[in-house]
Design a protein around this ligand. Sequence first.
Ligand code: NAD
Length: 252
Amino acid sequence: MGVANHRSIAWGIAKACHDHGAQLAFTYQGEALEKRVRPLAQEIGSELVLPCDVSDAASIDATFAEIEKKWGGLDFLVHAIAFSNKDQLKGRYLDTTPDNFQLTMNISCYSFTAVAQRAVPLMKDGGSLLTLTYYGAERVMPHYNVMGVAKAALEASVRYLAADLGDRKIRVNAISAGPIKTLAASGIGDFNYILKWNELNAPLKRNVSTEEVGNAGLYLLSDLGSGVTGEVMHVDAGYHVVGMIKTQSAKQ
Ligand code: NAD
């Protein structure tokens, strides 16, 4: 859930899973995105392409009813969905409006729990749920604002869902991805500056690709990650471990 185009993080994860033998279904939000998602799904032989707007409970119900009808079960689910009004992804968090706070929390945080509610009954032999988060949940990042608050709640949801679902052998994890130029990211103020900052200051001295996030997703979704749940795994070229980088004069 969350492929918008070939740059989407969800597409990176889908490709990695497909390369390792997974059979996939895709959801799209609205007709405009259907035109982009269908050809991508066809590229990897997926025939199940369904509409799903996570702000509409009936739409989520219909999506999972269709999956149950077609497949009878589900092994894993990727939630790579977030939204906030662009005019509040710049400037100060202080200026967040109640309407946009609720909208952002609903689509970017609660929807993971909402889809989990529908996916869990289909995961009869256990399963794996994965969502996408960002370092702005843990530390203040410029312009991330209300999305940082929603991601913090999303990361807490991962831990609560992991505790709730462990006895059903369902694992719940998040990947905290470094900045990547996608459609969603283009809505964040000064995003190119954030990209450059990460590149200059991350231990690996570069940004990550959707392929790298895809490979980490494959690990968490498949049996490779069978002992991991409740985890927020950083795939960010190591940026999250840096407090302050050495100046030129402090370098050996
Ligand atoms: P993207 O624009 O490719 O994907 C965002 C998706 O959210 C789109 O497919 C869009 O259709 C979907 N969406 C929004 N509102 C929806 C709704 N009401 N119902 C259904 N779908 C809806 O961008 P992306 O960067 O690949 O984003 C995927 C996830 O990764 C998001 O949760 C984002 O916050 C997270 N993330 C992105 C970055 C980054 O730098 N790009 C870094 C860390 C985490």
